[in-house]
Design a protein around this ligand. Structure first.
Ligand code: NAD
Ligand code: MG
Length: 389
């Protein structure tokens, strides 16, 4: 029996992780659930999965959850400090890190330091502080198994291989809803349009990141740390069908790919069951329905965020952290129609130019850089035509 702490249980990844648990009650048990403000769903999940404890990070929601669960033997805690504590419990075997954004860093890091198995969905953790997180994992002997579909694909391709025989990895990207579009089209796109991803249903933040290609940029940096790669070993190719989830090319030129229908339950179940491969009844890929798998070069000029992420990766230090923070802020603003699609890149670039570069940041430096970057990005949002109306 694997006892799980699911951080961000009300989100897209969190709810799908619970679906996997429901399908395999003989293998998985829920010890901890956590969420921010979706108290209604959290209460429902608590009644169904009967965890030992719950953490709520939004204060008003905390009070509502506590009241609703008063008569049940479930501990209800409040705040980020509680998040950091529960992941260390002896009764937790595996932590599913599925909080979105920088907000997931402290709890993921705590789980890593406690030597837990971490099923990692929260890519921002590695983008911001990958070097510190991976070093902590070596020291504590924590294992980090990726949930992100591309990284799960690479992880699966690497089973049985030597890491020093990797020539490069090839991350596939769907291209998002605006594939093939040019800036003259993108200036006018609204959040409602950008939220319509062709192949995946995900949380709002990552869906916007997929439309701007920032998601692939974040994933390049995530891959660098997860697999200990050099910047030059990371390639991106647009593959609109999202059937090949990513590939590894070895020193002999041989390429391994992992394929399947786009369904996050697969990488989630792989991460929490590893090293076992367990059965399921999800729809199978039928090649006759996908007679054409196509590939093309990403358009770095139009989708500037991907170029910015690449720059941040090569600069290293606190640059990915700065880029990530500015991106989180502008995505949030874009969702509220306070900045345009194109202006998001301007704000990120501005923050990257203005926040002081730190080559070897500490955790405190990252926290500081994150704050600073948000201030610069917020300035650009304020100057946007959309904000002034
Ligand atoms: P989501 O927005 O659907 O869910 C986010 C979860 O985090 C919710 O449970 C929410 O309550 C919690 N949360 C939000 N803000 C918080 C805060 N300040 N403190 C504590 N908890 C907070 O997001 P998602 O799409 O499930 O994505 C989660 C993570 O997984 C992201 O890092 C994303 O990049 C990654 N990921 C998601 C997918 C996907 O298919 N959704 C795929 C690959 C990677
Ligand atoms: Mg992905």
């Amino acid at each position: 029996m694997t006892r799980l702490a699911i951080l961000g249980s009300t989100g897209s990844i969190g709810t799908q992780a619970l679906d996997v648990v429901s399908a395999h009650p003989d293998m998985f048990e829920v010890e901890v659930l956590t969420a921010h403000s979706n108290y209604e769903l959290l209460i429902e999940q608590a009644r169904k999965y009967k965890p030992n404890a719950i953490v709520v990070t939004d204060e008003r929601s905390y009070k509502l959850v506590k009241e609703a669960l008063l008569l049940l033997p479930i501990k209800v805690f409040y705040g980020e400090d509680a998040l950091v504590e529960v992941v260390k419990w002896d009764t937790v075997d595996t932590v599913v890190a599925a909080i979105v954004g920088f907000a997931g860093l402290s709890s993921t890091m705590a789980a890593v330091k406690a030597g837990k198995r971490v099923a990692l969905a929260n890519k921002e953790t590695l983008v911001v502080a990958g070097e510190l997180v991976m070093r902590a994992a070596i020291e504590s002997r924590a294992s980090i198994i990726p949930v992100d579909s591309e990284h799960s694909a690479i992880f699966q391709c690497l089973v049985g291989e030597n890491m020093d025989k990797i020539e490069k990895i090839i991350l596939t990207a769907s291209g998002g809803p605006f594939l093939g579009r040019k800036p003259n089209y993108l200036v006018n796109v609204k959040a409602s349009h950008a939220l319509q991803h062709p192949n995946w249903t995900m949380g709002a933040k990552i869906t916007i990141d997929s439309a701007t290609l920032m998601n692939k940029g974040l994933e390049m940096i995530e891959a660098k740390w997860l697999f200990g790669l050099k910047n030059e070993q990371i390639d991106v190719v647009i593959h609109p069908q999202s059937i090949i989830h990513s590939m590894v090319q070895f020193v002999d030129g041989s390429i391994k790919a992992q394929m399947g229908l786009p369904d996050m339950k697969l990488p989630i179940q792989y991460a929490i069951a590893f090293p076992q491969r367990i059965d399921n009844t999800y729809k199978r890929l039928d090649f006759k329905e996908f007679s054409k798998l196509t590939f093309e070069e990403p358009d770095y000029k139009t989708f500037k965020n991907l170029a910015l992420a690449k720059t941040a990766m090569f600069k290293g230090g606190n640059m990915p952290c700065v880029m990530n923070a500015a991106n989180e802020l502008v995505v949030h603003s874009f969702l509220q129609n306070r900045i345009s699609f194109i202006e998001m890149s301007d704000a990120i670039e501005d923050a990257m130019n203005k926040v002081g570069y730190i080559e070897h940041p500490t955790m405190e430096d990252y926290i500081e850089s994150d704050k600073e970057a948000r201030i610069y990005a917020a300035e650009i949002v304020k100057q946007s035509q959309l904000s002034s109306h």
